[in-house]
Structures are given as structure tokens and as C-alpha cells.
Design a protein around this ligand. Structure first.
Ligand SMILES: [Zn+2]
Ligand SMILES: [Zn+2]
Length: 163
């Protein structure tokens, strides 16, 4: 099992964080957060479900989704949603950037220093800019080596149907 993410909320602080947002610190929420905190690869709810279910056999996918919603609301998890409609979760709650593989959907952290000055030159007009997100798009080494086709938005436009 991977090392706990150094930027994840410490488990000792999770209960207080949930309660301060009016949310109960349930066994399921603790288990989902503990699993997420060992990930550095922004897992989907489905993959977290497969993992946590091994220790909590009755755990449903719906409960994992609800636990993740609670963690996001409490600021204990980030959520990354892309045009393909697949949400990925991030134990890191600090400001950081990502790179995303257009072939397999894998999302990795970019270790770039936070640069608030990056937005200083962007004309905001009447829009007051409070932050930014940077996402690099491309192909991960594994997909590039395997020659996998790029996933287009179209291929996800009718989910559940085969291409
Ligand atoms: Zn890839
Ligand atoms: Zn991240």
C-alpha cells in the first residue's frame, strides 16, 4: 500500500473538519478518506469503492459517492470533473496543478510553485479573479508507448453505448 499523501488532511483532523461543516464523521467517510489519502493518482469513486469494499464488504458504491461528497464539502478532498463526465478525487487540498492524459484519463500532480502573479496580466474586465487552475493535456508515457487512441469527447457523449 502506498505511503500516505503528505498533503492529505491528517486523519486526526478529519472528524473535526467534518463536524465543523455539520457533517457526521462516519466509519464509511473515515475509510474512504483513508483510502483516498494513500492515492497519488486521483482515483475515481469506482476504484475507491473496489478498494474500500475489501475491508467493508457491505459498502455500496452510492455510499462511497456520498462519503466523497461529504469530504469535498468539508474541504477534505478535491474533485476534478472533466468534459468526459468522470469525476476524480484528490486527497490534496493545497493549491496545485495537474496534467491529464487524453488517452486513459489519468491525472497527475504537477509540482509547480504556486504563482498568483500568473493571473495578474489576465484582463478580468468586470470579473474579479480569485484563483486559477492549470491543467496540461497530453499523453502519458504508458499510453504513448501503447499507441492507444486519444479519447475524444464524442466517445463519451452517449455513455453506456459502445462506440
Ligand atoms: Zn494515459
Ligand atoms: Zn492533484
Amino acid at each position: 500500500m502506498a505511503r500516505r499523501h503528505p498533503h492529505a488532511l491528517p486523519s486526526a483532523e478529519l472528524d473535526d473538519r467534518l463536524r465543523s461543516h455539520g457533517l457526521r464523521a462516519t466509519r464509511q467517510r473515515r475509510a474512504v478518506h483513508a483510502a483516498l489519502a494513500r492515492h497519488h493518482d486521483h482515483p475515481t469513486a469506482e476504484s475507491l469503492h473496489r478498494e474500500v469494499r475489501r475491508r467493508m464488504p457491505g459498502l455500496s458504491l452510492a455510499t462511497v459517492y456520498k462519503a466523497l461528497e461529504a469530504l469535498v464539502r468539508a474541504g477534505a478532498s478535491g474533485r476534478i470533473v472533466h468534459a468526459d463526465g468522470v469525476a476524480r478525487y484528490d486527497a490534496r487540498t493545497d493549491q496545485h496543478d495537474h496534467r491529464r492524459c487524453l488517452r486513459c484519463g489519468r491525472v497527475e500532480d504537477l509540482e509547480l510553485p504556486h504563482r498568483p502573479d500568473r493571473i495578474a496580466d489576465i484582463p478580468g474586465g468586470t470579473f474579479s479573479i480569485t484563483g486559477y487552475r492549470l491543467e496540461l493535456l497530453g499523453h502519458c508515457a504508458r499510453c504513448a508507448a501503447a499507441g492507444r487512441p486519444t479519447v475524444t469527447q464524442h466517445s463519451f457523449s452517449r455513455r453506456g453505448e459502445t462506440r
